[in-house]
Write a protein that binds this ligand. Structure first.
Ligand code: MG
Length: 372
């Protein structure tokens, strides 16, 4: 079997608010076609137009190339060899967007492997460790405490047992941050796990003060309290905090995650499969996490493609904990893919009986939002 095409499909809502940290307003879908009719799907969480160029650019020379020409004519089942080929042939332009592009391709190749072997990706990754995966609701923090309380209540009614609120107004006013967590906590009580994502808002001592506050409300973890580059700060904070600290959604490649754990001492690492290097690199990151006795919860705030990939990943590694489930009402997040998976009582199930990722593209949504 050989790869006959690698398509980079850019989707974008007609009106986007680029000031919001909301990755569900656009995406780059990767579709890999083969001569035997198998079609794999992946996506990259990045700037779609940049990643599209990483896929489509013609080669410049041996270690500076776009990905498409490297993949045409190759056997799609040679997944790790192809990962290494892409990595080696892009050294001059690697990291960042190129690794995001490789991630999307890698997800699509695993999807093909699952279809060819008639197995779900989670089984191929390592076996089905969990029959159902806990999904936590992930939302942008509303502007006012009242709206935050209403949203928390609505999510609890939909069955979520854990929920995370992030970005938005967090970090702009201590008073508002305090009132928001208070309002959320009084809306859903202690029965629901609450997480806060600060999006790198604070400096070290500010973050420590916020940790004291969040501990009172039994927050399960605090995500990205500091700038991602402040590894020394993460270690400083971790030494002083009982609250679990998470980070890693911006990183690519296993070495960055090792640094995050060894130098930053974060408790929970959050590789995004559409950025970190796909399943192939994600598995190596999961092993590194296991060796260090830390926790792993993949970051996922995009479309149903990444949602399903993350679900397979959590189910198919020995240390998968929960999966992030964006509650964005963007049609790209809600309707881009069709899948037989079901959500019930805060858990996702049904992935054990699919082939590959178990998703098909909704071509109406593609036609409506495709821009290139
Ligand atoms: Mg985050």
């Amino acid at each position: 079997m050989t790869i006959t095409d690698v398509e980079a499909i850019e989707l974008r809502l007609p009106e986007i608010d680029a000031s919001r940290c909301d990755g569900t307003q656009d995406t780059l879908v990767i579709r890999v076609r083969t001569d035997e009719g198998f079609v794999g799907l992946g996506e990259a969480d990045s700037v779609p137009a940049i990643v599209k160029a990483c896929i489509e650019a013609p080669p410049s020379h041996a270690i500076a190339s776009g990905l498409r020409t490297l993949l045409l004519g190759e056997n799609p089942l040679d997944i790790e060899r192809l990962w290494n080929k892409m990595y080696s042939a892009t050294i001059y332009v690697g990291g960042g967007p190129m690794m995001h592009a490789m991630s999307g391709v890698d997800l699509a190749l695993w999807d093909i492997l699952g279809q060819v072997t008639e197995q779900p990706v989670c089984r191929l990754l390592g076996g089905i460790y969990q029959d159902r995966v806990k999904a936590y609701a992930s939302a942008i923090m509303p502007t006012s405490p009242k709206e935050a309380a209403n949203l928390a209540e609505a999510l609890a009614k939909r069955g979520y047992q854990a929920m995370k609120f992030g970005w938005g107004p967090i970090g702009q006013s201590v008073d508002n941050d305090q009132k928001s967590i208070q309002a959320i906590h009084s809306a859903v009580g202690n029965s629901i796990e609450i997480m806060i994502d600060a999006g790198g808002s604070w400096k070290r001592k500010e973050a420590l003060r916020m940790i004291d506050l969040y501990e009172q409300y039994r927050v399960l973890w605090l995500e990205e309290p500091l700038a991602a580059s402040d590894l020394e700060g993460y270690r400083w904070l971790s030494d002083r905090s009982h609250l679990l600290i998470s980070a890693g959604e911006r990183e690519s490649g296993r070495r960055q995650f090792a640094k995050l754990m060894d130098e930053g001492q974060v408790d929970i690492v959050q590789p995004d499969l559409a950025r970190c290097g796909g399943f192939t690199e994600g598995k190596k990151i999961a092993d590194a996490v296991l060796d260090r006795h830390k926790r792993l919860v993949p970051h996922a705030f995009k479309t149903g493609i990444l949602q399903m990939a993350s679900t397979h990943f959590v189910a198919g590694i020995s240390n998968g904990w929960m999966v992030e489930y964006t509650v964005s009402d963007s049609p790209l997040a809600r309707d881009l893919v069709k899948s037989p998976l079901t959500f019930k009582d805060g858990y996702i199930q049904g992935y054990d009986s699919v082939r590959g990722l178990g998703i098909t593209l909704n071509e109406d949504i593609v036609a409506r939002y495709r821009v290139s």
